[in-house]
Write a protein that binds this ligand. Structure first.
Ligand SMILES: [Zn+2]
Length: 423
């Protein structure tokens, strides 16, 4: 009998992955050997063990991988993972993904202290008091799309559009407006307060730019949109998912870079984007999922989303790509400040889709009344206050202020994988 699966989760502050083997009967031998190497078979009742990324561990793993890679090619993910970690870095090996967010955070804090040489108990005391301060400063509401809770006014006749402020009969509300586009896999997070004309307008502008900007990522993460898994068609190449596998068809002359060993492909699309519109789209998703009573705080934000004006400079957006957080359904969360502390933003949003997480400030353009969080010092104060994010080590901070149009091109490195078939 098959159908059972073996999961191992490797959690570290550098990168975390979930490794799955299906059909455990067939791979019983591999699993036993892996368990011995990864956990010494001493997994406690907590279901995890803390390990060090040592040379011995890597050598033992390499031995198993060489033995089984032809029967189970995906096993090669494991040594690649350990190579990403720093030498001697500590990590947690879990056998099931059933720990609570708090437990995972506690373990991440532990690993963080190990790495920085900090006293864990002292750190944890400090953490708890900071968490108390954080909970006093912000309310948090998230929509993970697991259940369908539409946002806004149920009664069509009373609806007022959040973006153009018009109601019936000036505008209609016939179409289903997704708070996060369907192209990112969203089926359930619906905004009642978006009229058909705004829905169409944003769908053709900033939301389309957002989807195009992440088109490669959407294919690689196999995120199902309106018409199934997306296809990326560009100049002399086509990238698509077939039978749950990713295929790349390309023109050899143009697409393979000189470093053949690395299998680097330069993929040119026909799409163009304005980076500031990517930020606008993110804020539109946030405004679409916010409770109606908060909307008056975001009048200027809504004008900016509608491109009434360009921002000269925007705060950076923090982006984390970690397959541990992978979900085929996008999630959006909003932190709204309850107090008057101006050193932290009024509204911070978190959007997760696939294995990506974006954390961004929803700017309100209130001139003197709010810090812009553009200077490194202001940004650092804010980011350090959001401790549950900042203990992850691999955030990238990207500036999306640019208002010039640029082409959407990708460099895809299929390192360690056999080159795709050339048609
Ligand atoms: Zn509208």
């Amino acid at each position: 009998m098959s159908g059972y699966q073996f999961n191992v989760i490797l959690l570290s502050i550098t990168k975390s992955i979930e490794f799955v083997i299906e059909d455990t009967k067939l791979h019983e031998e591999v699993i036993n050997e892996l368990l011995t190497v990864l956990t010494f078979n001493i997994v406690s009742k907590n279901n995890f063990v803390i390990r060090r990324n040592s040379n011995i561990l890597q050598r033992n793993l390499e031995r198993i991988v060489n033995k089984y890679k032809s029967a189970l090619p995906k096993i090669q993910q494991l040594p690649s993972y350990f190579k990403l970690l720093n030498d001697n870095e500590f990590l947690v090996v879990f056998l099931e993904k059933n720990s609570s967010e708090q437990e995972v955070q506690l373990l991440l804090n532990y690993l963080y202290c190990k790495k920085k040489g900090l006293n864990f108990l002292k750190f944890q005391r400090n953490w708890n008091s900071q968490k108390f301060a954080f909970n006093n400063a912000y309310t948090y509401k998230a929509q993970d799309g697991k259940i369908k809770i539409p946002i806004g006014e149920k009664d069509k006749s009373k609806r007022k559009c959040r973006f153009c402020f018009k109601s019936k009969p000036q505008v209609s509300f016939k179409k289903i407006a997704h708070a996060i586009p369907e192209s990112l896999g969203n089926k359930t997070i619906i905004n009642y307060d978006e009229c058909d004309s705004c829905n169409e307008k944003y769908g053709l502008t900033i939301e389309r730019e957002f989807s195009n900007y992440f088109s490669l990522f959407r294919v690689l993460n196999k995120l199902k949109g309106k018409n199934g898994v997306p296809k990326l068609k560009g100049k002399d190449f086509e990238l698509f998912v077939k039978d749950n596998k990713i295929h790349l068809e390309y023109n050899q002359d143009k697409l393979v870079s000189k470093s053949l060993d690395d299998n680097i492909f330069f993929l040119e699309t026909y799409d163009k984007i304005v980076k500031q519109n990517i930020y606008r789209a993110l804020c539109k998703f946030a405004i679409s999922s916010i409770e109606s009573r908060f909307l008056p705080h975001f009048r200027n934000t809504i004008s900016w989303i509608d491109r009434d004006f360009d921002a000269i400079k925007l705060p950076k957006i923090a982006i984390l790509n970690d397959s541990y957080f992978y979900d085929s359904q996008p999630k959006i969360g909003l932190f709204l400040r309850k107090n008057q502390d101006k050193t932290i933003p009024f509204c911070v949003a978190e959007l997760g889709f696939g294995s990506l997480i974006f954390v961004f400030i929803v700017p309100r353009f209130l001139l003197d009344k709010e810090l812009p969080f553009i200077s490194a010092k202001e940004y650092k104060t804010y980011w350090n206050f959001f401790k549950h994010f900042s203990t992850h080590a691999n955030w990238r901070f990207i500036d999306f202020s640019d208002t010039n149009e640029s082409k959407v091109n990708f460099t895809l490195n299929l390192k360690g994988k056999s080159p795709p078939k050339n048609n």
